[in-house]
Design a protein around this ligand. Structure first.
Ligand code: ZN
Ligand code: ZN
Length: 203
């Protein structure tokens, strides 16, 4: 009987934790990583910049193209846990949700027709993040609602000014400044390569 209460509660907590970690990664990318960032700029900064300039373009990406980086990170976590003999259903659930967080994000950008009845139903039931909720992240200056999986975590973090606080802390301890986002009109203009992508017929 006790398990009937604690197991679902644990599962909900794990989904929210995975949403938070996916939001943390998204915030790091938005705040500090650009296409010219050494080592990871080409692989992580560039798609992120494209997404802010052309949000619908990600809907063309395959599951692997959308999720490879977080799937790799979660694989490292799972392999590490296996080596230490600490694999559990909780960790598997965390890795599955965390590894597919960008897929759920992509569903927020697809039309209802593209998503099909099951995803539409999950969004309508608020079991997954709704497109309306995610649209707030894409509203200038694009500094809130970084978590992509549920509608639950973002309002809490934004009310606490959590990301703003982290940025303040990093600036005042490590001198790390948030980078301008060229998709926000007051922060710059689209780089040449984005304009070329647009001319090539991208959305
Ligand atoms: Zn973003
Ligand atoms: Zn988005």
């Amino acid at each position: 009987m006790n398990n009937l209460i604690t197991l679902p509660l644990q599962a909900v907590g794990i989904v929210l934790a995975a949403d938070f970690i996916a939001g943390l990664i998204h915030w790091l990318e938005d705040a500090y990583i650009r296409e010219d960032t050494p080592l990871i700029g080409k692989w992580i900064g560039r798609p992120n910049t494209i997404h802010h300039h052309m949000p619908r373009r990600m809907t063309r990406n395959s599951w692997w193209q959308s999720n490879w980086d977080q799937l790799m990170a979660m694989s490292v976590v799972l392999v590490g846990a296996a080596i230490l003999g600490r694999l559990s259903w909780q960790l598997w659930l965390f890795a599955i949700i965390g590894g597919n967080a960008n897929e759920v994000h992509k569903w927020s950008h697809r039309t209802r027709k593209e998503n099909g009845w099951l995803i539409n139903w999950l969004q309508d039931m608020r079991l997954l993040q709704t497109p309306h909720h995610h649209a707030i992240h894409h509203t200038n200056p694009k500094e809130v609602h970084y978590c992509p999986v549920t509608n639950v975590v973002n309002p809490v973090l934004d009310t606490l000014h959590f990301w703003e606080g982290l940025e303040w802390l990093l600036e005042h301890t490590a001198g790390l400044k948030r980078q301008p986002d060229t998709s926000v009109p007051s922060q710059g203009t689209a780089p040449q390569w984005i304009q070329e992508l647009r001319r090539a017929g991208s959305r």
